[in-house]
Design a binder for this molecule. Structure first.
Ligand code: ADP
Length: 245
């Protein structure tokens, strides 16, 4: 798979698989292409060459009669429903309440009846410790609370795949822990496949089954968290980890 922005080849010859239920963390220096990978899976970007498959289903393009063919919007939307994403900047709808934020996609995309969507939203709010904030607007919440709502909103779609893009990078250090502990719980209690970009190496170590080290749009090393964080083989990984750990 290749991704180019203009002349800038951001991901080149990239080829990796993630098994169902696996939790894979992408690490590496800024600009190495980690966020672009999550955005490609979320279909917020499209590969300029090659293919991405979700459970055997092509995501945006497929090879048909020797040609690379773009798939219909309806197909892309159907695949997109199976994927949830939490962003660094929360991205809640500012003009909606917490409850409205959470039920928006289940009601409008999945066509879940509003009552059922609300019941599920309350369960999720309870799970993220915000049961009393259903009627609040995002502006009235702290960054950590907003991020917990964003996690509840992503889970409300019952995603098969959850993409986490530096979800604690915009938070004050003292509230990073509350968000990570919710995600540790999600990792422990569900079989959602997770692709994680994070600078929180202890978190990566706790939740991932596998860690991929990126540099310059390529995987330079791939290992279990135990091996990656204690005895990385590549010099590039050793340099990167000694700078961030
Ligand atoms: P990382 O997440 O590892 O920091 P990114 O995936 O954000 O890296 O970025 C990889 C490269 O792609 C960078 O050089 C960045 O400038 C470039 N890039 C990312 N998004 C865009 C875009 N929308 N337009 C142009 N260049 C982009």
């Amino acid at each position: 798979m290749q991704k180019r922005f203009g002349d800038n080849i951001v991901l080149n010859d990239l080829n990796f698989e993630v098994a169902k239920g696996e939790r894979v963390t992408l690490i590496g220096p800024s600009g190495s292409g980690k966020t672009t990978i999550l955005r490609l899976v979320m279909t917020l970007e499209e590969a300029t060459d090659g293919y991405i498959y979700i459970d055997g289903e092509p995501l945006t393009h497929e090879l048909r009669g020797g040609k690379r063919v773009e798939l219909k919007e309806k197909h892309k939307n159907d695949v997109r429903k199976r994927i949830g994403m939490v962003f660094q900047q929360f991205n809640l709808f500012p003009n909606m309440t917490v409850m409205e934020n959470i039920i928006e996609a289940p009601v409008h995309v999945l066509k879940t009846p509003k009552d059922a969507a609300k019941r599920r939203a309350l369960e999720l709010l309870d799970q993220v410790g915000l049961a009393d904030k259903a009627d609040a607007h995002p502006m009235q919440l702290s960054g950590g609370q907003q991020q917990r709502v964003a996690i509840a909103r992503a889970l409300a779609m019952d995603p098969e795949i959850l993409l986490l893009d530096e979800v604690t990078s915009a938070l004050d250090p003292e509230i990073v822990g509350e968000v990570l502990s919710i995600l540790r719980d999600v990792a422990k209690t569900t079989d959602i496949t997770m692709l994680i970009v994070t600078h929180e190496m202890q978190f990566a170590r706790d939740v991932s089954n596998r860690v991929l080290m990126f540099d310059g749009g390529k995987i330079v090393e791939e290992a279990s968290p135990e091996v990656m964080f204690t005895q990385p083989k590549q010099q590039r990984t050793q340099e990167f980890l000694s700078a961030v750990l």
